[in-house]
Design a protein around this ligand. Structure first.
Ligand SMILES: [Zn+2]
Ligand SMILES: [Zn+2]
Length: 254
């Protein structure tokens, strides 16, 4: 079995066929799906889905894109919805200097405030880092020993992966690891410790190579898993077993 450690099935593009998407995931042996919050509405919807479907879990948090709208009231709402037992992490939080949809100051403030929340709630965090490796690592180093979590859709070098692992973070691979020219990412997937790897779809985005251009969904996760297994020279079963164990350990679900 596989665990999709990062999905957004609450997204509107699944409104028409969400039930079928979940069924296809189960048929593809993707037994657990963690739906990730990105704003307050997305977090609440992730929790609703987790309550409705067995095997689905949720995280709650404000994405850096939405950091400009982050405030005290949202923070308190996140705190209260995180009491639901199917909420397994705070996220996705972090920095996005690629699109810069919110100001850098607002992104940094929302990031740190939610790291403190995670620390208080003793929940792991799901980190979004785009074109901000140095700043994300600097921020996480302030919380070293106080938070742990996963670097989602990891896009960095083996050296950056090592730095994340030293900070007690796992590294999660998404569709881009299947792209033929993703040499640096292939090197990272090949070399990092097996007990630090997670896999994800980040659906509806980032479909793997042979589904490129389509809406992504959890049933496509085996393509990403297979690519990572091939890169490491291990069987798909071995990769599936390790990543499942790692995700369960991180998110504390059974
Ligand atoms: Zn993200
Ligand atoms: Zn995401």
């Amino acid at each position: 079995m596989l665990i999709d450690s990062h999905a957004h099935l609450q997204w509107a593009s699944f409104d028409a066929d969400r039930e079928k998407v979940i069924t296809r995931a189960r048929e593809a042996n993707v037994k657990n799906i963690v739906n990730i919050g990105y704003d307050l509405d997305g977090s609440e919807k992730a929790v609703e889905l987790a309550e409705k479907y067995e095997g689905l879990y949720a995280t709650v948090g404000i994405h850096p894109h939405n950091a400009d709208r982050f405030n005290e009231k949202i923070l308190e709402t996140l705190r209260s919805i995180s009491e639901n037992p199917k909420v397994v992490a705070i996220g996705e939080i972090g920095l996005d200097y690629y699109r810069n949809l919110s100001s850098k100051d607002a992104q940094q403030k929302a990031f740190e405030t939610q790291l403190i929340l995670a620390q208080e709630l003793k929940l792991p965090v799901v980190i979004h880092d785009r074109d901000a490796h140095a700043e994300v690592l600097k921020t996480l180093s302030k919380f070293k020993g106080k938070t742990n979590g996963v670097m989602h859709c990891f896009s960095g070098s083996p050296e950056i992966a090592e730095q994340c692992i030293r900070m007690d973070y796992c590294v999660s691979f998404a569709g881009p690891v299947t792209f033929p020219n993703a040499y640096k990412l292939h090197e990272t997937a090949k070399t990092i410790a097996l007990d630090k790897i997670l896999i994800e779809t980040d659906c509806p985005w980032l479909a793997p190579q042979n589904m490129r251009g389509k809406r992504n969904e959890p049933a496509f996760l085996p393509f990403t898993a297979e690519k990572v297994a091939i890169l490491r020279g291990i069987s798909l079963d071995e990769l599936a077993e390790a990543t499942t164990k790692n995700a369960k350990q991180l998110f504390h679900f059974l």
